[in-house]
Design a protein around this ligand. Structure first.
Ligand SMILES: [Zn+2]
Ligand SMILES: [Zn+2]
Length: 150
């Protein structure tokens, strides 16, 4: 992958944040970051209580390193919040893209990427990788990346 090659060739120390690229697979980082960025848009734009919806990444069984992101309701029986995320995904992706782009940080910060209560401990996150997916979904080029589950 291109970013990795460029960083290696430059001979410079790896900036903090980008080290994720060595520790985790890029599809995992992309999907996980994307989920967090969508959650941020939910909280800021749709005013959804952060405690109502959560997001996790599940590795698919099989040979190819496929990951699926799941938005899920955190209350008993579900409150439909995760379903709403799925319905409005392109719109949310557009909002999330704007939030991430407008943020002054480099690789992601508490304002645009880190989520309290992340079941995966806020690992494997990189702002730019999430932005790739947000871009694709906001512009309607991909709809198969995230699923809902309760
Ligand atoms: Zn930020
Ligand atoms: Zn997470």
């Amino acid at each position: 992958m291109e970013t990795r090659t460029n960083l290696t060739r430059s001979g410079e120390p790896i900036p903090p944040g980008y080290q994720q690229l060595w520790e985790y697979s890029s599809p995992l980082i992309a999907i996980h970051s994307f989920g967090h960025q969508i959650m941020r848009a939910l909280q800021l734009v749709a005013r959804v209580d952060p405690k109502q919806v959560n997001f996790t990444v599940v590795k698919e069984l099989g040979e190819n390193n496929n990951y699926t992101g799941y938005f899920y309701d955190t209350s008993d029986g579900g409150n439909g919040a995760a379903e709403a995320v799925f319905k409005h995904l392109p719109k949310l992706a557009g909002a999330a893209r704007a939030i991430a782009r407008d943020c002054n940080c480099d690789t992601g910060c508490a304002k645009c990427l880190i989520q309290h209560g992340c079941p995966d401990g806020n690992t494997a996150l990189l702002k730019q990788m999430g932005l790739l997916l947000l871009d694709a979904i906001a512009s309607g080029r991909s709809e198969t990346i995230a699923s809902t589950g309760t």
